[in-house]
Design a binder for this molecule. Structure first.
Ligand SMILES: Nc1ncnc2c1ncn2[C@@H]1O[C@H](COP(=O)(O)OP(=O)(O)OP(=O)(O)O)[C@@H](O)[C@H]1O
Length: 604
């Protein structure tokens, strides 16, 4: 198959046009990300959120543009296969000194598969694995910023070094008191280093671009001493007087994981060599898959590519079968998983019960809304795939039957690739992180018996976190719609996250009402809803019977979250959002905030 000679000049022109298409994409993506700094400095929060939303669309737009150009200028789709092989080889040549080769390869795949369609293309024409290494890429241009900077403080110069680290970002806005904040950070670091001997290599490494998201900017780095590396992040916020403050210091893998969680919006970061950022971040969070790090940086297509490669690799090295996911089955989504793999696969059913007045398009719209919205750590991100092929023998028969019954339009079983093995091909799928459904988590505690202190603690933690999750969603203008326990999951770190999006609405589109007082005994005794209800009307006081059947659950809920049953709570938030308020989201515990920690003992 490998071409002996590169003799088609058209192949070179097509490869070059594709590379131009990618370069244009990355330049636009990067400048939008770089502008986040100015929006942060000028407290343009609506602008920041808009940009976060719009940037998600960039990739598909650029792919479409490039496909059109290739068809128009080169009739690319009509070129014979040997030309396509040469296109790929020329493209590899163009990648050799490129600073984002892995992204450019993915762009090539997107454009090529659009032009050649599934029936024509062969894996040889795309990048099934990377052809060009991303190791040790450096930007050698004279004014280039390195990926990270290293600082070499002593115990005595630590404070001055911390000030310098922040100063080097040249934020064009004044701090309330940078030396005070740096002293708070120094104190926190010194506590960790108190009993430690500083080794010759003691240093602080800091990624040279800030990470922007919503109302925050984050310094991300690590402290190295001997063989120990301590990841850290410094959130910088505007205070009430609109001056900058370092709000906290986060340490260690778990706190960084929470910052980079799959349930949060993507960061804006100005990066020349994204793979070097990913490599650095991976050293801070070794258990976080690379695909999720690319996602967190807004490079979702690369995340998707890497996820799929990891998935295929996992399939090759496992033998268990796909099955219907544990828990209560969805009415609109058919959910399955592979026990050995920490994700779930969701497809939209063809048929749903009458109370679900929705359509496939509407459901897709809700999933898209979540993708573009700030997920505030409370909504799982999803990857969307079309035409996914699995080996038939890896599917339990019961699962095939379930798909055949509820989503026949999504299922094809055939030997499409002609390798003599049957495949299950699913037309459209969402994939997201697997969690423990909250109803199962609570049931485990009930089963253990409420006399057990651990079980009671488990219930308390779950119910308190559940209410907190809803309150975070509310602050972010999201009404979850269906708030039953089964629609929330618990993550590895004990966070409660929402995953059932088909009834989600903007809070500002809902009408929160109290149940009217009955006019007469007949109305009062009627088991039916006797008052008129509009399509967007919500009656929070009616949530109780669905959620609080269990006494232990009820007790905790009423202690911490009784306000969720009050229409005034919801209406109040709606009005604040309508008045233009942009909520604060803290991807860390509130008691980490310096304003709380040092309220009574300010450092002087
Ligand atoms: N990320 C996940 N991790 C673990 N289990 C999940 C996940 N997402 C869904 N499930 C399981 O699949 C079930 C159905 O999923 P989901 O709630 O998304 O479907 P649905 O059809 O929208 O539900 P509903 O009938 O409440 O509208 C859940 O109750 C849960 O048991």
């Amino acid at each position: 198959m490998f071409p002996q000679r590169l003799d088609s000049s058209l192949a070179y022109d097509i490869a070059k046009a594709m590379m131009d298409g990618f370069n244009r994409h990355y330049q636009l993506f990067r400048s939008e990300s770089a502008r986040a700094k100015h929006r942060f400095e000028t407290a343009d929060w609506h602008g920041q959120q808009r940009a976060q939303r719009e940037r998600i669309e960039f990739y598909d737009l650029r792919v479409k543009e490039c496909v059109m150009r290739l068809e128009k200028e080169f009739k690319a789709g009509a070129q014979p296969m040997d030309v396509w092989q040469q296109i790929k080889l020329h493209y590899i040549g163009l990648l050799v000194n490129h600073h984002q080769p892995e992204l450019a390869e993915t762009f090539f795949n997107s454009v090529t598969t659009k032009i050649l369609h599934r029936t024509h293309f062969h894996n040889d024409f795309i990048f099934v694995r990377p052809a060009v290494s991303t190791e040790y890429i450096e930007n050698d241009e004279p004014a280039a910023r390195p990926t990270y900077r290293a600082y070499y403080p002593t115990r005595e110069t630590l404070l001055a070094t911390l000030v310098r680290i922040v100063d080097n970002f040249q934020l064009q806005h004044e701090f309330e008191d940078l030396s005070r904040d740096a002293a708070y950070v120094q104190e926190a670091i010194s506590e960790r280093l108190a009993l430690v001997k500083l080794r010759a290599n003691f240093q602080i490494q800091v990624l040279s671009s800030l990470f922007f998201r919503n109302k925050g900017a984050y310094v991300v780095g690590k402290i190295i001493n001997g063989f120990v590396e301590l990841p850290f992040a410094l959130p910088i916020l505007h205070n009430k007087q609109n001056q900058l403050v370092i709000d906290a210091v986060l340490f260690g893998e778990d706190e960084l994981q929470a910052l980079f969680s799959f349930a949060r919006a993507y960061f804006m970061v100005d990066m020349e060599v994204p793979s070097a950022y990913v490599q650095f971040l991976r050293s801070l969070m070794p258990r976080k898959p690379r695909n999720e790090i690319y996602n967190a940086l807004g490079l979702a297509k690369q995340g998707k590519t890497l996820f799929y490669r990891d998935f295929l690799y996992h399939l090759k090295h496992s033998s268990d079968k796909f099955r219907i996911a544990p828990g209560i089955k969805g009415m609109v989504m058919l959910v399955f998983d592979l026990p050995s793999f920490p994700y779930v696969f969701k497809l939209i059913k063809d048929y749903y019960p009458p109370q679900k007045d929705t359509t496939r398009e509407q459901i897709k719209g809700k999933y898209l809304l979540v993708k573009q919205h700030d997920r505030v750590g409370r909504m799982a991100d999803t990857l969307e795939y079309s035409e996914v092929a699995f080996q038939r023998e890896r599917f339990e028969d019961g699962l095939i039957e379930e798909i055949r019954k509820f989503a026949p339009s999504q299922l094809e079983i055939s030997d499409r690739d002609g390798d003599g093995h049957e495949e299950v091909i699913i037309k459209h799928l969402y994939i997201e992180r697997r969690m423990i459904p909250l109803n199962i988590y609570l049931q485990e505690a009930f089963d253990a018996g409420l006399d057990e202190a651990d079980a009671r603690r488990q219930i308390e933690r779950a119910v308190v976190e559940y209410g907190n999750a809803i309150k975070d969603l509310v602050a972010a203008n999201i009404f979850p719609g269906d708030m039953l326990w089964k629609n929330f999951g618990i993550t590895r770190n004990g966070k409660v996250v929402f995953y059932d999006y088909d009834e989600i609405e903007y809070l500002t589109d809902c009408n929160f009402r109290r149940v009217p007082v009955p006019h007469n005994e007949e109305e009062e005794m009627s088991g039916e809803v006797w008052y008129s209800v509009g399509p967007k009307d919500v009656f929070p006081e009616t949530f109780g019977p669905f959620l609080l059947g269990n006494d232990a659950v009820r007790e905790v809920f009423m202690k911490h979250h009784a306000d969720l049953l009050d229409a005034a709570f919801w209406q109040g938030h709606k009005e604040r959002i309508q008045a233009g308020h942009v909520h604060d989201v803290f991807p860390y515990e509130r008691d980490k905030r310096f304003v709380r920690r040092h309220a009574s003992h300010p450092i002087t």
